[in-house]
Ligand binder design. Structure first.
Ligand code: DAH
Length: 347
């Protein structure tokens, strides 16, 4: 490209090629590539500028001017193509991302309390109306509180009633029932009267099946005072069952055995499925066992700091999961900890 003619011709060709190529540009990416090819540092037009000093002196201004015209023409074509592309992109997006406000809304998933928690809260509410206050006790217990102070000495055969999770630390266990909370509470309140419920999770070293879990809730009741009798026990528990399951529900007490109560009993209620006729829910008996109870054993009162000559009390223990199972016809206790949303969302 030594002389004017060659450079002029070159400029025309460059312009032609660039503008033709620009016609095929239709995206920000191809536009960038076009700019590098036709206006970049090693583009042909830039080569022309480098050639100008070698041209005949009188021709240089003309060629320079011509090159500048071509360059700014390419630059302005670049700008307008860029605007077109942006405009096209915008209208494409507006067209495809438009919001159809007439579509039905999506229902947000609502969370809920676990069925065991719901049942616990209902138990709290009923017992609060009857004058009981919540007392929380520890889940990690000592052998002393879980057994000995409740009148269950080491090697006593009654220990077989509670399959226990032991820890590697001597004497430290997971509580097998909420009853040890009775002793903690009595230590705190004696010699004042108490009327409390003790809720919480308990642990049993069990073979799991439809009616056995290794962890479940219990609610313990404890009332200690000067003239508490078996009638108070019966009246309170019967009233509780009626408020929980309906006023028409009949209850009965059956003699039983627990080391920490004397006498001990179990409360049954008329089967809510068959109303006493006998069905598979009540194994044909017409009755459902609903809780264990009794008059606090004098030894336990003494261990709690009360003089058994002056004080008496009643206690009871019930299972919220069992109550929920009876109410809703749940046939497998393992559902409570399986965390299956299909189960949980039904309540
Ligand atoms: N602690 C007993 C258990 O887990 C339940 C129980 C029975 C608690 C009788 C009591 C009671 O307070 O009086 O099997």
């Amino acid at each position: 490209m030594e002389d004017k003619k060659d450079l002029t011709l070159a400029l025309q060709t460059i312009k032609q090629k660039a503008l033709t190529a620009l016609k095929n540009v239709n995206s920000p990416e191809t536009l960038d590539a076009w700019k590098i090819t036709f206006l970049g540092r090693s583009s042909e037009i830039m080569q022309v500028f480098k050639e100008i000093p070698h041209a005949a002196p009188e021709e240089r201004p003309k060629i320079g001017q011509h090159a500048n015209v071509v360059k700014s023409e390419l630059e302005s074509q670049f700008e307008s193509t860029k605007q077109h592309i942006q405009q096209d992109l915008l209208s494409h997006n507006l067209e495809h991302e438009k919001l159809d406000v007439t579509l039905p809304g999506r229902k947000p998933q609502r969370g809920r309390l676990h069925i065991a928690t719901q049942t616990l809260q209902e138990i709290y509410r009923i017992l609060a109306e009857m004058g009981f206050q919540v007392y929380r006790s520890r889940e990690v217990e000592s052998d002393e509180y879980n057994f000995e102070l409740l009148n269950i000495p080491a090697h006593h055969p009654a220990r077989d009633l509670w399959d226990t999770f032991y820890t590697t630390k001597e004497g430290v266990i997971l509580r097998t029932h909420t009853s040890p909370g009775q002793i903690h509470a009595m230590h705190e309140f004696a010699p004042d009267p108490v009327r409390i419920l003790l809720p919480g999770i308990v642990y049993r070293y069990e073979q799991m099946d439809a009616s056995h879990e290794i962890q479940f809730n219990q609610v313990e009741l404890l009332a200690v005072g000067n003239n508490i009798t078996f009638s108070h026990l019966r009246g309170t528990l019967d009233e509780f069952v009626k408020r929980m399951f309906g006023t028409g529900v009949e209850t009965r007490l059956r003699p039983s055995y627990f080391p920490f109560t004397e006498p001990s009993a179990e409360m049954d209620m008329k089967c809510i499925a068959c109303h006493g006729k006998g069905c598979n829910v009540c194994s044909g008996t017409g009755w459902l066992e609903i809780l264990g109870c009794g008059m606090v054993h004098p030894t336990v009162l003494k261990n709690g700091g009360y003089d058994p000559e002056k004080f008496s009390g009643f206690a009871a223990g019930l299972g919220p999961e069992r109550i929920a199972m009876l109410r809703y016809g749940i046939d497998d206790i393992r559902n409570f900890w399986a965390n299956d949303i299909r189960f949980l969302s039904q309540f």
